[in-house]
Ligand binder design. Structure first.
Ligand code: URA
Length: 236
């Protein structure tokens, strides 16, 4: 994103925009080592280095944290080769460049965090930090106690054992079951693979919570900002 130089200085908190114009005109501002006295010179914070009185000036990036209730049919990546719609299309009125924290499969619905804060994303996707993710899955058949015990202890998927997890049956629908699953990792198609390992294919999958952040009250396809407290709690 490009800024007019005076706006850049104002956004960075150097001075008001009016005052910043005076600073530029009086030759106190440099861009990439050269004094610039022309108002309206365009600068790109990712490319240009702006100095005031020879001190490097930076704009603090506004950090954005959104919780989206992802509908089915949307991909978590910005793009794929099939031109599927991206979850980023659902938050078009936010101008910051966001990315999803972890991934949900195209057919999975529910809680997905979007942010522009790399540290936040790293923290949440690291299994060491143990942020729990809660899913409701409809699976074929009725998992037995023994199968669920195996699931909780950890099963091998892609040659690596999963961390301890939780599973319980919450509802029975004819021959299928709705199970609630809690895991702390975010491996590729993890829930589906874990369920398959114990012999119960997933028919549909919804992530209902990340930590204690639930999608309650959030319609499919809509999103909301996290409160500072919610961000802090997830980072703890
Ligand atoms: N596990 C899966 O298998 N799919 C998802 O989308 C999320 C977790």
């Amino acid at each position: 994103m490009e800024y007019r130089l005076q706006k850049f200085l104002a956004e960075a908190g150097v001075a008001s925009r009016r005052k910043a114009e005076e600073l530029i005109l009086s030759g106190q501002v440099k861009v990439n080592g050269k004094t610039v006295t022309e108002l309206g010179t365009k600068v790109n914070p990712e490319r240009d280095k702006v100095y005031f009185k020879d001190e490097l000036i930076k704009i603090k990036k506004k950090k954005i944290y959104l919780l989206l209730n992802k509908p089915a049919g949307y991909i978590s990546a910005a793009k794929d080769q099939f031109d599927n719609p991206s979850v980023l299309h659902l938050v078009e009125n936010i101008k910051e460049r966001l990315f999803p924290v972890g991934r949900l499969d195209k057919d999975t619905t529910g809680a997905l965090l979007l942010t522009n804060d790399g540290d936040f994303s790293y923290h949440l996707t690291h299994p060491k930090h143990e942020v729990s993710k809660t899913y409701l899955a409809e699976v074929v058949g009725r998992p037995t106690d023994e199968e669920m015990r195996l699931f909780m202890k950890g099963v091998y998927i892609d040659g690596k054992k999963t961390y301890p997890a939780k599973i319980r049956i919450v509802k029975e629908i004819k021959k299928n079951s709705i199970v609630e699953i809690v895991i702390h990792e975010g491996r590729n198609r993890q829930v589906k693979k874990m369920c398959e390992e114990i012999g119960h294919k997933v028919v549909s999958l919804q992530r209902v919570a990340i930590g204690n952040l639930t999608i309650d009250g959030l319609k499919e396809g809509s999103w909301r900002h996290l409160t500072p407290k919610e961000v802090e709690r997830l980072m703890r």
